[in-house]
Design a protein around this ligand. Structure first.
Ligand SMILES: CC(C)(COP(=O)(O)OP(=O)(O)OC[C@H]1O[C@@H](n2cnc3c(N)ncnc32)[C@H](O)[C@@H]1OP(=O)(O)O)[C@@H](O)C(=O)NCCC(=O)NCCS
Length: 261
């Protein structure tokens, strides 16, 4: 994760998708990369390498990124010209592309994605399922998720994350996370993972996407639950069994819990 500040004016919104499914996202305001076009391949590969780096080396297989991410929906984020990417980060991305795809992008001088969010439409109209968020530059994660949800016109977002993930703070900045399941038995991290739903507000998403600060939660905090591997989910499960609870934020390694009427 880089702390170097990238000038706002250099950030370019991009969409990696297909004109067969995401034509409405190919507006003049964004760089639209047609995922099936050979010239978009470096962007596809750089997102793969960036995502893998952010997730500690966990690479998404190329076919999954095509079949499940960029064809049914779109990968949406911010990019900068290659010359503005910090040298050490560029080396990480080059190595990732070489490892995952066996090709060299040494001479690439196009746009380089620094963050991306992917959400799939669900069978509930207006509800999307978030499947991947990453940011290689501190401070882009929240803007990326907000901008992508706004572009998708989502009204509700369902997602999964781990109680101890830094992303919980990012997600709660969009609104209270209603806990739908305190544990996720089929997940590879069943006891650390919870399922949440956020009611979205388009005007607020647009403000966050512009880089405006998140607003504080309006619901009162009724419980504080320490984040402790293996124990948090049991405590949340007990609370969620009694009431419809929300996660409002994170403070001093504690989850701030609210209640829905
Ligand atoms: C999770 C991840 C995307 C966060 O991205 P980020 O760019 O570091 O962070 P954000 O954009 O959310 O936060 C930037 C700023 O927004 C503000 N902010 C975010 N959430 C906030 C909240 N709930 N309340 C107040 N301020 C908040 C803070 O000022 C924060 O600054 P900080 O760095 O001092 O905390 C990034 O760390 C990442 O890629 N992680 C690895 C992959 C991963 O785990 N993805 C999530 C899977 S669910």
């Amino acid at each position: 994760m880089h702390t170097r500040v990238i000038p706002d004016a250099a950030l370019r919104p991009f969409v990696l998708g297909s004109s067969h499914t995401a034509r409405t996202l190919a507006t003049n305001e964004v760089d639209f990369f047609e995922v099936l076009a050979p010239e978009s391949l470096p962007v596809f590969q750089l997102i793969n390498a960036g995502n893998s780096h952010a997730f500690g080396g966990l690479a998404v297989p190329a076919w999954v990124q095509l079949d499940c991410y960029s064809l049914p929906t779109a990968m949406i984020g911010w990019a900068v010209p290659q010359s503005l990417v910090p040298t050490d980060l560029w080396q990480v991305l080059l190595t990732g592309v070489e490892t995952n795809f066996g090709v060299s992008l040494d001479h690439y001088d196009g746009l380089v994605p620094l963050s991306s969010y992917t959400a799939l439409p669900s069978l509930e109209p207006g509800t999307v399922i978030g499947i991947s968020l990453y940011s290689l530059v501190r401070g882009l994660g929240l803007r990326t998720k907000a901008a992508a949800l706004a572009r998708l016109g989502a009204r509700r977002q369902i997602g999964l994350t781990q109680y101890g993930n830094r992303a919980v703070r990012t997600h709660t900045a969009l609104g209270p996370l209603e806990v739908l399941a305190a544990q996720a038995p089929p997940h590879s991290l069943p006891d650390e993972t919870f399922v949440y739903r956020i009611e979205l507000d388009g005007t607020y998403l647009a403000a966050l996407a512009r880089g405006e600060p998140p607003r504080p939660p309006t619901q009162p905090v009724v419980h504080r639950v320490p984040i402790e591997p293996g124990r948090t989910s049991e405590r949340i499960a007990v609370l969620a069994h009694r009431d419809r609870i929300t996660i409002l934020g994170v403070e001093n390694q504690q989850l701030l819990i609210g209640e829905l009427c």
